[in-house]
Design a protein around this ligand. Structure first.
Ligand SMILES: *Cc1c(COP(=O)(O)O)cnc(C)c1O
Length: 468
């Protein structure tokens, strides 16, 4: 072992080599030093593990340093290929923005804008005004505010309407969304007092009614989003709660989670009530996400009756959770597309993916396989299979969307090894493994992924070092 270690040169020595000196021309010295140290550390580790290749020369070592430098200079946050078939994939950035939303963000990002000024009067304006009338037009709501995300929207609404007083919620709706967002915890944080009613599977109007008192500030309905209770169940609709609330002068709030502006039932995406339907059912305040089924940037949308919304506008928490101008630009452009349903379906990637039909996905798969023929190693085989995709984003957890999958197999490689190799590419590819088979779902693959997929598949030749 000692003999192998002695083959690894010292940092000072490396710094006198011409290939390393030339790296210093284009890169800051501290970064080159970091790359050298990182490379040498890795070589020492390889040496200890007995996998250091023999006769490593100056050129090879310099090119390893260059590779390391490339890794250090690359952005940490970067595009990946989503072959998982989960359309609204929280870990992969949820919604892809439409071209017009991306362009609008770019247009506003590097320039001053009328974010908080009324251009006509020259007076101070509100950032929310850029989307408020659009949101009202699209949903029928009286007023709208947008914030950082839906979790913030719920926190603001509860803080503004129920601090120190009781909020009545069904036991079947005390949901946890993605770990940190739990209705009981958000309630505590807001200062509201949770008044649970009913049972996990069944809650009736009389349960809400029995809980009402002088302390009641709000009736809250929460979309169960990421789970479903089936069998012997009962729940009260928002309209039912509104009816009860009206009789007792108590407002009703609905946290609807995903928030869909279009009815996608004609495309097989069944089971979501649209935001406008919630508005017409009379809810006093509604919150939803901008980047789930709506297909916009991360944002929280609050819609509601004017007096309540005016109160929230004055709440000190609003400043802490306010929406950023880039998000606002992306959200406005996304909402504008919804003025024409056909345009929204064609241009908002989330909607396009959710409404893709199996026949077109299969055709796309056949075309991709044809174009890949001859471009990938002969030991790699691709085939098309039927399967199903998921909406994701905590929406419609029971819905399976019929889809087509590309199965990737390679001689001498397990599905796990294929997965590992494809994730290491310049644009990492993420798929799924089912019954020991590596699969890529055509529903979530984008046309611009194709060249990167070829590149990743070309590298699928042999198992990663040391796993042969
Ligand atoms: C997703 C979701 C949230 C949280 O929304 P974010 O936009 O992720 O902050 C809150 N409530 C419900 C019901 C949800 O589905």
């Amino acid at each position: 072992m000692a003999k192998e270690l002695s083959r690894i040169p010292k940092v000072d020595k490396l710094l006198t080599w011409p290939p390393i000196i030339s790296l210093l021309v284009d890169h800051p010295r501290p970064l080159v030093m970091q790359a050298i140290r990182g490379t040498l550390d890795r070589l020492r580790l390889d040496s200890v593990n007995g996998v250091l290749p023999h006769n490593i020369n100056e050129e090879q070592l310099a090119s390893l340093v260059q590779e390391e430098l490339g890794r250090l200079s690359a952005s940490s946050l970067r595009p990946v290929i989503n072959g998982t078939g989960v359309v609204i994939h929280t870990n992969l950035g949820r919604s892809l923005l439409s071209r017009s939303a991306c362009e609008q963000i770019a247009a506003v990002a590097g320039r001053y804008s009328n974010l908080e000024i009324d251009i006509e009067t020259g007076e101070r304006g509100e950032r929310y005004s850029h989307v408020e009338s659009l949101l009202c037009e699209l949903t029928g709501a009286e007023a709208a505010i947008v914030v950082n995300n839906n979790a913030a929207a719920v926190l603001l609404a509860l803080s503004g309407m129920a601090a120190g007083r009781e909020v009545v919620v069904s036991r079947g709706e005390l949901v946890e969304i993605g770990g940190a967002f739990r209705i009981p915890d958000v309630m505590r944080q807001s200062g509201g007092i949770l008044r649970e009613v009913g049972a996990t599977n069944r809650t009736h109007l009389k349960d809400y009614q029995a809980a009402l008192s002088a302390e009641t500030a709000l009736l809250l309905k929460v979309h169960t989003s990421n789970f479903a209770v089936v069998g012997f169940t009962a729940e009260v609709t928002v309209a039912g709660l509104v009816d009860l609330g009206r009789r007792h002068g108590i407002p009703v709030m609905a946290d609807i989670g995903s928030g869909s502006l279009l009815d996608l039932a004609p495309y097989g995406v069944l089971g979501e009530t649209t935001i406008s339907d919630y508005v017409s059912s009379g809810a006093d305040i509604i919150t939803c996400s901008g980047d789930k089924m709506l297909g916009g940037p991360q944002a929280g949308i609050i819609l509601g009756k004017k007096p309540i919304m005016d109160k929230l506008r004055r709440h000190p928490l609003l400043r802490a959770i306010r929406i950023d101008k880039l998000t606002l630009a992306g959200l406005e452009a996304t909402l504008r597309l919804y003025r024409d349903e056909r345009q929204a379906l064609a241009e908002i990637p989330t909607l396009r993916m959710l409404t893709s039909q199996p026949a077109e996905l299969r055709k796309r798969g056949q075309s991709w396989l044809r174009r890949l023929r001859g471009k990938i190693p002969s030991s790699v085989a691709l085939s098309l299979h039927e399967g199903s995709s998921q909406v994701g984003g905590g929406a419609l957890p029971l819905l399976n969307l019929p889809t087509w999958l590309i199965a990737v197999t390679a001689e001498h490689l397990s599905a796990q090894q294929i997965d590992q190799s494809l994730r290491k590419g310049r644009v990492p590819v993420l798929g799924r493994i089912y019954r020991d088979r590596y699969l890529l779902d055509l529903r979530t693959l984008q046309d611009e992924d194709f060249p990167h997929l070829i590149e990743a598949l070309q590298l699928l030749v042999e198992p990663p070092n040391g796993q042969r």
